[in-house]
Design a protein around this ligand. Structure first.
Ligand SMILES: NC(=O)c1ccc[n+]([C@@H]2O[C@H](COP(=O)([O-])OP(=O)(O)OC[C@H]3O[C@@H](n4cnc5c(N)ncnc54)[C@H](OP(=O)(O)O)[C@@H]3O)[C@@H](O)[C@H]2O)c1
Length: 318
């Protein structure tokens, strides 16, 4: 683990026991940042989460107790650090967890000392999703509500658009409801030629931590777009077939079939599949160029990071 270094911002991770959050905590420690993790009282007797927090402490992190329902505790926590990274859950059920961050924004505004806030984004850029399908658009809409509050409070920010988490998308050969690749068959989205972008979650954490003290990412949206991981579903499947030395049987679902099937599903499934629709049929991650005002791309900013290629990511499943 990296030694804590002078001049490195103190980083508070909120949601540090989560799927992405734990990786951000580890990357922050490895980069020498004095690292703080919010220990929410609501964790209660969740032994796995408590053990994880204790292991962070063992590795040099400081635990700060607090709760979204206790404004004072949030102000106290953010007052002790320079940077806040939030990795609270995205919306998959009707509970709008993302909007809890409005309480964090209030606390950051009151504390007045935060040099950078990275809200829980880490997916498709919500600013590009004004046309998104109901009901899945709730994820983008809620993230935009949080952005508006951040900007109205003049809080310095970085929005990280991390594209597809590899564990969800590559593991399942881009099929919703699958996180382990089949050795027999795969169902393609249409012709399977629409390009997506896949990023190892540990790489997302490495890039994110590099952004926190970087003036080039101040008040910017930073896309993580590793050039060799811009691949169609067919290309992901081919990488897997090369690894296992076997061709998979292929079926296909047309865009019309996918959309009509979506309508009859439970709310939570409709939200998840709506996101797949935009990525896999519409190509929402790759149908624009990066380079406009207020945007940066992480692999260009940090060429020293060796990111995991999709074909290497898939080796773990062989
Ligand atoms: N691009 C992609 O493919 C992709 C995939 C998944 C997620 N994401 C995005 O990545 C971000 C992080 O997602 P994740 O999957 O890592 O999250 P997660 O593991 O589901 O949850 C992270 C943390 O959220 C906190 N949390 C959950 N419910 C809460 C509540 N009611 N009140 C307060 N805190 C609560 C918990 O914090 P405690 O530790 O305090 O309990 C939990 O550890 C989200 O913005 C999500 O939309 C992107």
């Amino acid at each position: 683990m990296g030694e804590q270094q002078m001049g490195k911002s103190k980083v508070l991770v909120v949601g540090g026991t989560g799927y992405l959050g734990k990786r951000i905590v580890m990357a922050s420690l490895a980069n020498g940042h004095p690292t703080y993790v919010l220990h929410r009282r609501e964790i209660g007797v969740d032994i796995e989460k408590v053990q994880m927090l204790l292991s962070f402490k063992d590795q040099g992190a400081r635990l700060l107790e607090g709760s979204f329902s206790d404004h004072r505790s949030l102000v106290d926590a953010v007052s002790q650090v320079d940077v806040v990274v939030c990795t609270i859950s995205g919306v998959h059920i009707r509970s709008h967890q993302i909007l809890l961050q409005l309480k964090l924004v209030e606390a950051i505004k009151q504390a007045g000392n935060i040099k950078r806030f990275l809200p829980s984004e880490f997916g498709t850029d919500p600013a590009r999703m004004g046309h998104a399908l109901e009901p899945g658009r709730v994820t983008f809409d809620d993230k935009m509500v949080v952005r508006k509050a951040i900007e109205e409070a003049n809080i310095p920010f970085t929005y990280v658009s991390a594209n597809c988490f590899a564990g969800y998308f590559v593991g399942g050969l881009c099929q919703p409801g699958h996180i382990v690749p089949s050795r027999e068959s795969v169902c393609l989205h249409g012709d399977g030629n629409v390009k997506g972008i896949y990023v190892d979650e540990d790489d997302i954490a490495s890039y994110t931590v590099k952004m926190v003290d970087d003036p080039r990412t101040l008040n910017k949206t930073v896309y993580i777009r590793p050039p060799e991981n811009i691949l169609s579903q067919r290309e992901v499947v081919e990488a897997w077939e090369d690894l296992i030395g076997k061709q998979l049987a292929k079926t296909s679902v047309s865009e019309e079939e996918f959309l009509s099937k979506l309508k009859g599903l439970e709310y939570a499934e409709q939200v998840g599949l709506g996101h797949y629709y935009h990525v896999c049929y519409e190509g929402c991650l790759t149908n624009f160029e990066i380079g406009g005002e207020g945007t940066e791309e992480a692999t260009r900013l940090y060429p020293e990071v060796t990111y995991t290629r999709v074909k290497d990511y898939l080796k773990r499943y062989v």
